[in-house]
Design a protein around this ligand. Structure first.
Ligand code: ADP
Length: 393
């Protein structure tokens, strides 16, 4: 069952249970503990008084009162004192004991804050690893949705190589002002150009190169109807190298922009959506998936667990040869099957998608697949950090 990351305030999460990073007294404190008590109301404190505290690494359960969850599971994380005082084991135990309590109370979903990473000072990256591995192990034998709630955005610092890879490979038009969409009437320059376009063509008043650029602009303008697309070479950021590359390729992009728009639209639409394409596929996505699972020697459940996909969705895919997965689902299976880049691309194609350099999501996925790193939780952490959809469901 899935492990998901969400940004926000845990007191607003509608899970069956939320976990509180409490202190040993269980009588409230600062940080997430204070927020939970404030949102739950005084009845929570009254019930907590009856529990007589909690040991570090243990967990106790109460009602949710005015919170949108049924239960609050209070666990006490270790104070970080260098990492050699049993902190990793105690932190892991917080997750395991909380998950066990959630399961005993028939919870189907449970949300965790990043325990111990606030005033208790646990390094966020290490704490995130422990949280993920404890949850992953638990989910191998339990049907539950586990949410990690990050309050201030991602609670880990992210991979430097990935941000470098993104800088190098992500073609991000808006950042580098490769083209700017302007309202036709808003810009005097655009209006002037429009007027010029209306004049009969004077053959030699423009160089051949300029004419080509004008024609390309016209074509693109037509596509946008009420909008006009113009090209500028100044980069919005300070990256001179990218800026130069952008300006060198400007003309090429002018001609290609229209078809690029169409390709992007096609890439974001699964091919199976068109009934005519369905019959034309020799092997469907679903058939390919099942074949590759067999070839890998994995069981179905190993595969959907690794893909962070829930059993119900997998059964749907299994029983419908023409099932049309979303792009993140298709990629989740490619990752679960540990496919090398070419095969991952082939699988994606079967679902009607392609990797695009203008999609940050795709660039992040490619980074991991090229390195043959197939840990879906690590991939999701990075996708989450960049505000991208997560793999699995
Ligand atoms: P601890 O004492 O275990 O370190 P803290 O409450 O100080 O607990 O912080 C634990 C984590 O909870 C921190 O990463 C903090 O950013 C996060 N946090 C604080 N308030 C909330 C909230 N309302 N929802 C989710 N997470 C929160």
């Amino acid at each position: 069952m899935p492990l998901l990351f969400v940004k926000g305030d845990i007191t607003k999460i509608k899970a069956d249970a939320i976990v509180n990073a409490a202190n040993n007294s269980l009588l409230g404190g600062g940080g997430v503990d204070g927020a939970i008590h404030r949102a739950a109301g005084p009845e929570l404190l009254a019930e907590c008084r009856t529990l007589h505290g909690c040991e570090t690494g243990e967990a106790k359960i109460t009602g949710g009162y005015r919170l949108p969850c049924k239960y609050v599971i209070h666990t006490v994380g270790p104070v970080y004192r260098g990492g050699n005082h049993g902190e990793p084991e105690l932190l892991r135990s917080c997750y395991v004991k909380s998950l066990e309590l959630a399961a005993e109370n028939q919870c189907e979903s449970v949300a965790f804050p990043a325990i111990s990473t606030g005033v208790y000072g646990y390094p966020k990256e290490e704490a995130a690893e422990i949280a993920a591995s404890a949850a992953r192990e638990f989910l191998e034998t339990h049907e539950m949705t586990v949410l990690f709630v990050y309050y201030n955005g991602a609670e880990t610092s992210g991979r430097r190589e990935l941000s470098e890879y993104i800088r190098k490979h992500w073609y991000e038009p808006s950042k580098y002002n490769m083209y700017t969409v302007r309202e036709e009437t808003a810009e005097p320059e655009a209006v002037a150009e429009e007027a010029e376009d209306a004049k009969p063509p004077v053959q030699d008043s423009l160089s051949a190169e300029k004419r080509r650029e004008k024609e390309a602009r016209k074509g693109v303008t037509g596509l946008f109807k009420k909008r006009k697309l113009t090209f500028e070479s100044e980069a919005a950021g300070s990256d001179a190298a990218v800026c130069n590359r952008v300006s060198e390729r400007r003309d090429a992009y002018a001609g290609a922009a229209a078809s690029c728009q169409a390709m992007q639209a096609a890439a974001s639409k699964p091919m199976g959506a068109h009934p005519d394409f369905r019959g034309m596929l020799d092997e469907s996505f679903s058939q390919m998936l099942l074949r590759k699972i067999d070839e890998s020697g994995m069981t179905d459940s190993e595969c959907y667990h690794r893909a962070n996909i829930d059993r119900k969705l997998f059964s749907k895919i299994r029983s419908d040869a023409l099932y049309r997965p979303s792009k993140p689902t298709a990629i989740a299976f490619a990752v679960a099957l540990q496919l090398p880049p070419a095969e991952a691309e082939e699988m994606l194609k079967k679902a009607g998608y392609a990797f695009s350099q203008s999609s940050l999501f795709d660039v992040i996925i490619r980074f991991f697949i090229e390195r043959q790193e197939y840990d879906i939780l690590k991939i999701n952490e990075e996708l989450f950090r960049y505000d991208q959809p997560l793999l699995g469901a």
